[in-house]
Design a binder for this molecule. Structure first.
Ligand SMILES: *[C@@H]1O[C@H](CO)[C@@H](O)[C@H](O)[C@H]1NC(C)=O
Ligand SMILES: *[C@@H]1O[C@H](CO)[C@@H](O)[C@H](O)[C@H]1NC(C)=O
Ligand SMILES: *[C@@H]1O[C@H](CO)[C@@H](O)[C@H](O)[C@H]1NC(C)=O
Ligand SMILES: *[C@@H]1O[C@H](CO)[C@@H](O)[C@H](O)[C@H]1NC(C)=O
Ligand SMILES: *[C@@H]1O[C@H](CO)[C@@H](O)[C@H](O)[C@H]1NC(C)=O
Ligand SMILES: *[C@@H]1O[C@H](CO)[C@@H](O)[C@H](O)[C@H]1NC(C)=O
Ligand SMILES: *[C@@H]1O[C@H](CO)[C@@H](O)[C@H](O)[C@H]1NC(C)=O
Ligand SMILES: *[C@@H]1O[C@H](CO)[C@@H](O)[C@H](O)[C@H]1NC(C)=O
Ligand SMILES: *[C@@H]1O[C@H](CO)[C@@H](O)[C@H](O)[C@H]1NC(C)=O
Length: 431
């Protein structure tokens, strides 16, 4: 269905490093007012940042007990996503490499699970975007670990039931690119369909020429029972786009909609927000610690160390910052080492349990600053109904080489800033 694009067709990210100014939401009305007064001169027509409220849905635990099948499926999903992204970027020397790891793209390592995606459940962070003319509202999962936007198509069969579907025939701004797409997931199932461009509005920002995948079939993991949003919005670099197109923030940058090519997340039990075009200074305190992006594609950085009970377990880790992965994934050997001093039990598939009353203090050091992972986010829940053993959120992955994935179990503890202009990821303590 999808033809193989050549290297020449890879969209290059157009990063504009503009004025580093930011105005929080309280100032928004006055900014708009001033901008109108000044007649929207070109210098002021760059839109300011805007916060988009986001919601969370969790299906990892039931009555406090972890659904291990759901966790395993999520791990398979994440690994599949990484192998696919790495395959799109064709890293020449990277350690995330489908060819060097010997696995088929999108398939879980042989040592992994064979749980069907029907069991897949996760914590998803989603919010609203609108697409088309006239605009229709969709809920999308905000995913910094991928770079494509897809929605269920009005031509999708029963597999998209329960979702709001995108009908390009009813949008006068839709353009059919006459190009298919096919995204593989962890259990080998796929989401496929056709590519369009259309107008996408997120917050107050309008991307006029955004590539969108209209899915003709949804794999089980995206069906309404398992997936509350309608679609998924990738926020990584264009290099890992399976569509070989700009993801939405890049489109906004290319169309000169953002004065600051930055977006930022607060992912917490309340008041979660995605900010686009700047950061929301009300949501964090202290200085921001920035780590340079070491390789454009994923949001990949070097992490100083992973610490348990004050002791550095592993140093200088290369890690990808991913809002679309719930857990923290690391290489099996280091994860084993991490748990070996903690009276933990290896329960298979990269998962470990520990006595609930002796959970470790876990933290991550980035550029010399220590960021604690709260007990609440490290502890996934009870392993058994007795509630004596608990499952840790740091899990071993079979197929990611030495790359770690810093998912929501870490990101819920910080304000995270993704800066396309200065090619860096920032972390700050939550306000
Ligand atoms: C999508 O890709 C998978 C695996 O690469 C393949 O089995 C499937 O036939 C493809 N589907 C379409 C519609 O191209
Ligand atoms: C990703 O694309 C950017 C911009 O074109 C380029 O500078 C960078 O080297 C690419 N990254 C990789 C890993 O190929
Ligand atoms: C998305 O829009 C719907 C309908 O307008 C609204 O009920 C919901 O609260 C919105 N969700 C978020 C996260 O803003
Ligand atoms: C519709 O979905 C089912 C899975 O429920 C799939 O097997 C079938 O091939 C799909 N049909 C079409 C026409 O896409
Ligand atoms: C819109 O995007 C498509 C696909 O990326 C591209 O081929 C086309 O040239 C773009 N059109 C404009 C007006 O930028
Ligand atoms: C923030 O950085 C400044 C300058 O480096 C320093 O003086 C200040 O103490 C830092 N503040 C905090 C809370 O660490
Ligand atoms: C961390 O590892 C990278 C290569 O993986 C290396 O380039 C860098 O210098 C190392 N940093 C430190 C502080 O050891
Ligand atoms: C491991 O268990 C032993 C024996 O119960 C205990 O003394 C020790 O403190 C435990 N270590 C940790 C890190 O919980
Ligand atoms: C974790 O840190 C807290 C306070 O920071 C301390 O009371 C507790 O004993 C520590 N737990 C372990 C297992 O070291």
């Amino acid at each position: 269905m999808s033809r193989k694009p050549t290297v020449m067709e890879i969209a290059h990210c157009m990063v504009t490093d503009m004025r580093d100014n930011w105005f929080h939401m309280r100032s928004l009305l006055s900014i708009v007012f001033i901008a109108v007064l000044l007649g929207l001169t070109s210098a002021l027509s760059h839109r300011r940042s805007f916060g988009i409220p986001i919601q969370k849905r969790s299906t990892f635990t039931k009555n406090g007990v972890v659904n291990l099948d759901a966790v395993r499926s999520h791990l398979a999903y994440s690994e599949g996503k990484y192998l696919r992204g790495a395959s799109a970027i064709k890293y020449s020397t990277g350690v995330i490499s489908p060819s060097s790891s010997g696995h088929t793209v999108g398939r879980r390592a042989a040592s992994g699970v064979s749980v069907p995606l029907t069991e897949y459940g996760t914590k998803l962070w989603y919010g609203n975007i609108s697409v088309g003319s006239p605009p229709v509202e969709y809920k999308v999962d905000f995913d910094t670990g991928s770079a494509d936007l897809f929605l269920p198509s009005s031509d999708c069969n029963t597999t998209c039931a329960g979702h709001t579907r995108y009908n390009p025939a009813k949008s006068f701004s839709a353009v059919n690119l006459h190009q298919g797409f096919n995204l593989s997931y962890g259990d080998g199932s796929t989401v496929f369909g056709d590519q369009y461009t259309d107008t996408v509005t997120i917050g107050r920002f309008v991307a006029k020429n955004q590539t969108i995948g209209a899915a003709l079939q949804y794999s089980a993991g995206f069906q309404a029972d398992n997936f509350a949003p309608d679609g998924l919005m990738g926020m990584a670099f264009p290099n890992i786009s399976v569509f070989y197109a700009n993801p939405i923030v890049q489109t906004l940058i290319a169309e000169r909609q953002l004065s600051d090519p930055v977006f930022a997340f607060k992912l917490a039990s309340s008041g979660s927000e995605l900010s686009i075009g700047g950061v929301n200074q009300l949501l964090y305190k202290g200085n921001v610690t920035y780590a340079p992006v070491t390789r454009q594609g994923f949001w990949q950085i070097n992490v100083g160390s992973l610490n348990a009970n004050g002791q550095a377990i592993s140093k200088n880790i290369s890690a990808v910052v991913d809002t679309g992965t719930t857990l923290i994934l690391g290489d099996a050997a280091t994860v084993h080492q991490f748990y070996s001093g903690l009276n933990a039990t290896d329960v298979g598939d990269g998962l470990y349990t520990m006595p609930c009353n002796a959970m470790p203090n876990v933290s991550i050091t980035i550029q010399g600053k220590l960021f604690a992972i709260s007990a609440e986010t490290f502890n996934l829940g009870h392993y058994d109904t007795a509630g004596t053993q608990c499952v840790g959120a740091i899990t071993g992955a079979g197929s990611l080489g030495d790359i770690w994935i810093l998912g929501d179990a870490f990101l819920q503890n910080v304000y995270s800033i993704f800066d396309f202009g200065k090619l860096r990821v920032g972390f700050a303590d939550l306000a």
